[in-house]
Design a protein around this ligand. Structure first.
Ligand code: 48F
Length: 258
């Protein structure tokens, strides 16, 4: 066993996948639950997808459940998505089911990678590329660069569609707004910002908010409610999952029409 062979195996395989991911159908910023579901459905339909996740681990806000009680609630309308992945859940009451947040995240992640998605963790989207009033890719850097406040220039990946699945922070949309002014397809042209917790309304509005917010840029999950000014909803995840599923459909149509 040669340590250098092990080192070469890791770096060669990683670099091959990273170079291959510089030309994509869809680039997704953020590997929380909505982004993972979106990536999975896109890859299942033959799209070339990569996800860039700032943190060491994927799953965003899901592993922590509600206030660190690591269970999540999912409505019946989203049960087919958990079933698709083979995630266990227990019926609780009315149309509500409870699942283990760790099983859910790990199974979503595994299913997404097995479907063909490349996930790059510890890498963040710090900017976008814009050509002729259209988002054409993402600008990437190691998360450690910003954490350590270093000045290191980024690299870029081209994509036919970019998806902001960065959750409450709506980071990609904020960058676009900062760079080109109030031109998003919201009432104000800007990121409106999420409202206080109201599960029923937040869950109802998230699917409608899942759409193209600027040519070539879609929003999904909590980022959709953040951009369009809808409420947050706490540890109920049906809307996140359905938003990911819908975003995949929309992104696929845009890719196919290019
Ligand atoms: O926040 P997050 O889980 O977003 P989501 O998929 O799900 C929201 C729920 O977890 C929860 C909720 C339930 O009702 O409201 O909050 O919409 O995952 C977002 C991921 O994006 C990463 C971040 O680390 C997290 O894992 N992220 C944020 N900004 C960037 C990023 C960035 N600029 N580049 C890469 N990753």
């Amino acid at each position: 066993m040669d340590e250098v062979v092990i080192s070469r195996a890791i770096t060669e395989k990683f670099m091959k996948d990273f170079i291959d991911s510089m030309d994509l159908d869809v680039a997704i910023a953020g590997a929380g639950p909505s982004g993972l579901v979106c990536a999975y459905y896109l890859a299942k339909q033959g799209m070339k997808v990569a996800m860039f996740e700032r943190h060491l681990r994927v799953g965003g806000g899901m592993p922590g459940g509600g206030m660190m009680f690591n269970r999540i609630v999912v409505q019946k309308q989203a049960k087919h998505i958990l079933d698709e992945f083979g995630i266990s859940m227990e019926h609780y009451k009315d149309d509500l089911y409870v699942a283990d947040s760790l099983e859910t995240v790990s199974t979503l992640c595994s299913g997404t990678i097995k479907a063909g998605v490349k996930i790059f963790n510890l890498m963040q989207v710090e900017d976008v590329m814009i050509r002729k009033d259209r988002i054409t890719g993402v600008v990437l850097n190691w998360s450690a660069v910003s954490w350590s406040k270093l000045h290191v220039d980024p690299l870029a990946a081209r994509a036919k569609v970019v998806i902001d699945a960065t959750g409450h922070d709506t980071e990609v949309c904020k960058v676009v707004e900062r760079k080109i002014g109030p031109k998003l397809k919201t009432k104000t042209g800007t990121v409106i910002g999420e409202k206080s917790m109201w599960a029923e309304v937040g869950e109802a509005e998230i699917v409608d908010n899942t759409k193209e917010v600027y040519p070539g840029l879609l929003v999904c999950g909590m980022a959709a409610n953040g951009v369009f000014g809808s409420p947050r909803m706490g540890a109920i995840f049906g809307g996140m999952l359905i938003s990911g599923e819908k975003c995949a459909e929309l992104a696929k149509k845009i890719v196919q029409n290019q």
